[in-house]
Design a protein around this ligand. Structure first.
Ligand code: ZN
Length: 287
């Protein structure tokens, strides 16, 4: 059964570790992440962007796949199915389809409009026991077509949104989506500390977890980050392993063209990436 992210993140914040959100793209991704979380006895959040939602034939298809897999694979660790960077309409569609968690990214709206729409969603998700993530201050990089400028969020605006009753809050602290450029300045810990100061027990979310050095991740967790999103890193690992298989000519040997064989190295690579992140975030054995 899918669960809201509220309890796992409240525990993470109190226990000074973070729960990983790993974005899914298909059956192989989902299976690799669920099996690894189970192996490591870690809670897990499966992230779905609106683009990935379309790719996987709609939110209902995804709910069916994930719920079926939890049962079929005997997954007992807490699993939240979460809309990543949702529009207002996307959030409504996911609430309807059976997601257990949604993000409404109103960071590109003026703060008043972000507050109005977030308030509406606090009510709707609250009625159904669904967790809600809000965002303040655009997070840079490409997120399904939404390009931010990598700003740092205003701590007062963070408090305003947190006080609406959201479950968790994403705030720009110099992090960006996708691969980090060589001249990246690093996370702004002053901003994070100021946000943490204003928002208290609210679990904070760090987006763009790919390529942030381990020591910065650790410091971010110490300063109140309890959810870390990982997407690109699994994609890079999957692509590299698949490339290696094909370049070694394995698809031409025997039944190496069988998709169950062709996709297997990529699945193993995702598992290894997720395992490494769960260790780094400290959520192993916290299920
Ligand atoms: Zn993000």
């Amino acid at each position: 059964m899918l669960v809201s992210a509220k309890e796992m993140l409240t525990k993470a914040k109190a226990g000074h570790y973070a729960v990983g959100q790993f974005n899914i793209n298909n059956l192989e991704w989902t299976k690799a992440i669920l099996l690894t979380a189970q192996e490591m006895n870690s809670p897990v959040i499966l992230g779905v962007s609106e683009g990935a939602g379309k790719y996987m034939c709609g939110y209902k298809t995804i709910v069916g796949m994930v719920e079926g897999m939890i049962e079929g694979l005997g997954i007992t660790v807490p699993v939240a199915l979460h809309l990543d960077h949702g529009s207002y309409e996307g959030a409504l569609a996911c609430i309807e389809a059976g997601f257990s968690s949604v993000m409404f990214d109103g960071s590109h709206y003026p703060i008043e409009e972000n507050i109005a729409k977030t308030t509406e969603l606090v009510k709707l998700t609250g009625e159904k026991g669904i967790s809600l993530e809000a965002e303040v201050g655009a997070i840079g990089g490409e997120e399904d077509g939404v390009v931010g400028t990598g700003e740092c969020a205003d701590p007062d605006e963070c408090k305003e949104i947190a006080d609406l009753g959201v479950t968790m809050l994403a705030a720009g602290i110099g992090n960006i989506h996708g691969k980090y450029p060589a001249n990246w300045a690093g996370l702004s810990f002053d901003t994070l500390a100021a946000i943490q100061e204003k928002t208290g027990t609210m679990p904070l979310v760090l987006h763009g977890g790919t390529g942030i050095p381990a020591d910065q991740i650790q410091k971010a967790i110490d300063l109140g980050v309890s959810k870390i999103n990982v997407n690109t890193e699994c994609q890079l690992a999957f692509a590299a392993a698949t490339r290696k298989y094909v370049e070694a000519g394995k698809d031409l040997e025997g039944k190496g063209f069988d998709p169950r064989k062709l996709l297997a190295p990529g699945v193993e690579a995702i598992k290894a990436t997720v395992r490494e992140k769960i260790e780094l975030f400290g959520s192993a054995n916290k299920a």
